[in-house]
Design a protein around this ligand. Structure first.
Ligand code: MD6
Ligand code: FE
Length: 207
């Protein structure tokens, strides 16, 4: 385990190959019930380069007119999001030790050329709880900064099976994905093959 900045912890290889495979199976089942969709930037309406879906009581999404927010239902099917798999609830308990379960699990699917600009996660009403992120598939270059956009940043590699927990003083730090590294060596586990190059899950408290 490495502390990137105070409050941000990187657990390289937290999930072994068998656990990654089980997680991929669970996420493939989520995608079957709640198909991947494309969120759009507030105001400009430009599409994000990742495709996403959610599980849990609330799901994160964005569109041109109403912006970033959490919703209980899928924007295209109108169905409630499927439940968060037990495996993920157990990992949340183990890594965050937070007394309440996560309310939202955002599933982001990256193609080879997708990225995510530097941002803060601040659409939640509760900043007490940490955020837990898990990655599968291709490595990515992850960037982590401070609470101001202009703060200096550090880059590091997030690989398949890695966990990242950030809370406390790091909860509102800017972060993003610079780029996906060539996925040849670590393709997505079989149940997710064909969906993209990398999958990232973020689990949060929202309310
Ligand atoms: C990603 N992750 O790894 C994007 N946000 O694809 C995030 O934006 C993120 O990893 C909050 C907490 C952890 C994260
Ligand atoms: Fe984020």
């Amino acid at each position: 385990m490495a502390e990137i900045v105070p409050g941000a912890f990187h657990f390289p290889g937290f999930l072994d190959a068998a656990a990654q495979e089980r997680l991929a199976q669970e996420i493939a089942a989520v995608i079957e019930q709640a198909p991947l969709f494309v969120s759009r930037m507030p105001k400009s309406g430009l599409p994000m380069s990742v495709r996403m879906t959610n599980c849990g009581p609330l799901g994160w999404m964005s569109d041109r007119d109403r912006g970033y927010r959490y919703e209980p239902r899928h924007p295209e099917t109108g169905a409630l999001w499927p439940p968060i798999p037990k495996m993920l609830l157990d990992i949340w308990d183990e890594l965050t030790r937070y007394p309440k379960p996560p309310e939202a699990c955002l599933v982001n699917v990256y193609s080879n050329d997708a990225k995510m600009g530097l941002h803060q996660d601040r659409d939640e009403a509760d900043f007490e709880a940490p955020i837990l992120s898990l990655s599968l598939g291709a490595d990515c270059r992850f960037r982590f900064g401070g609470p101001k956009r202009s703060d200096k940043t550090v880059g590091f590699t997030l690989s398949s099976g890695d966990a990242l927990v950030f809370g406390g003083p790091a909860r509102l730090c800017f972060h993003g994905v610079d780029r996906i590294l060539p996925p040849i060596l670590t393709p997505l586990p079989a149940p997710l093959a064909g969906q993209g190059a990398r999958v990232n899950l973020t689990l949060r408290r929202v309310t």
